[in-house]
Design a protein around this ligand. Structure first.
Ligand code: HEM
Length: 351
């Protein structure tokens, strides 16, 4: 809610004058059963859509009743949970290790307390706990937190206007969570395309997957701290990055003053349709209206530009590719069985 409130206060502080970007900003108020997938380590992991058919056949309805209510109350939970899922899968695999709290008295922080995860919204964590609590009332100790996070993420993509896709299940929860693993596994906002392609490749994800998954930035927000260098001191030049759409630049400077300013202020990733999961993110990149350096680089790098161009033309193609890439991301280092995994009752603490 806070983020949404922040956005409203931002909008209301801008007068809807004749600059396109401000007008744009003001207008907005807004299957496969049992197949196995090769993961980045080359192992086949068996996940299936009917994994809980006997043990908890109603799991998707139970999770769905929670996600639809929470989305109705606060649509910002959708981007927050999609990002949570991404940050979980990239660090030790999709094993809900991101949900674990740091053990009291432990010297080692858990993933969620790493600097790069500090902005993950509490709302998203709480949403998963609520869904898990409801599932536990009907199916005790059966459904993993990792599967609940995967199902919830799919629900939020769909609730925000994006594609619906079947979720394969059967992930177990990881037993460990280490903040020290986060920085090398989550892309930084000032990373190069080379850095990110290498990182994605290490997770078994292709260049196409990278461009398609970045389309998640069609909803959600960025704090000013991630764009300040871009708009005030790009690569130490004391100048904005060249080519940012001038009207967008003016608007961003208004939201995010060079000095001072409220550090809780957020700006929408998709300045044309911020609340709708659509393919406008790619058309924005073509107009130099990307928000992060890494967003806009997708259009300036010759390896990724043709993919941006093709997705910006075709919403259906984006939706299809996004669903497939999410499914693929959801198989990264999946754990199975007691040796490496567990089925937690409380997603925040190990058994
Ligand atoms: C590939 C390079 C990527 C970089 C450098 C990156 C970076 C960022 C940054 C800096 C934020 C702003 C966080 C904040 O201020 O709170 C953000 C938000 C977000 N990211 Fe990414 N991201 C990347 C890829 C992805 C991928 C692959 C996904 C999901 C499939 C994703 C989903 C999101 C979402 C939905 C938000 C909005 C969160 C919210 O509004 O609560 N990102 N990302």
């Amino acid at each position: 809610m806070f983020r949404i409130k922040t956005m409203f206060s931002i909008f209301s502080s801008i007068s809807c004058s004749n600059t396109t970007i401000v007008i744009l900003l003001c207008i907005i108020d807004t299957i496969v059963r049992g197949s196995s997938v090769k993961n980045s380590t080359g192992h086949h992991r068996q996940l299936s859509t009917d994994y809980y058919a006997k043990t908890c056949p109603q799991v998707e309805q139970l999770v769905g009743s929670v996600t639809s209510q929470l989305f109705k109350d606060s649509p910002a939970i959708a981007p927050a949970t999609i990002r949570l899922f991404f940050h979980d899968c990239f660090v030790q695999g999709c094993d809900a290790s991101i949900l674990l709290s740091t053990k009291p008295g432990s010297k080692e922080l858990a993933e969620r307390d790493a600097i790069l995860n500090k902005d993950l919204s509490n709302e998203a964590f709480e949403g998963i706990n609520k869904a898990k609590a409801l599932v536990e009332t009907k199916c005790q100790g059966v459904v993993s937190c990792a599967d609940i996070l995967t199902i919830s993420t799919r629900d939020y993509v769909h609730l925000a206007g994006g594609p619906y896709y079947e979720v394969k299940k059967g992930r177990w929860d990881g037993k460990t969570s280490k903040a020290s693993l986060v920085s090398s596994n989550i892309p930084h906002n000032n990373a190069t395309i080379d850095d990110i392609l290498k990182l994605f490749a290490s997770k078994g994800l292709s260049k196409e997957d990278f461009v398609v998954l970045s389309g998640a930035h069609t909803i959600g927000y960025s704090h000013c701290k991630y764009i300040k260098n871009r708009i005030y001191n790009y690569k130490g030049t004391q100048q904005p990055q060249p080519n940012i759409d001038p009207k967008l630049l003016r608007a961003l400077k208004m939201y995010c003053p060079h000095h001072g300013g409220n550090e809780d202020v957020v700006v929408p990733f998709d300045v044309t349709t911020p609340y709708t999961f659509d393919h406008a993110y790619y058309a924005n990149l073509e107009k130099n209206m990307g928000i992060l350096v890494t967003d806009q680089l997708l259009y300036s790098d010759t390896r990724t530009k043709p993919i941006v161009q093709s997705l910006s033309k075709d919403k259906h193609k984006f939706f299809h590719a996004f669903a497939q890439a999410m499914e693929k991301m959801g198989t990264i280092h999946v754990k199975r069985g007691n040796k490496h995994g567990e089925k937690r009752i409380d997603c925040t603490s190990p058994l």
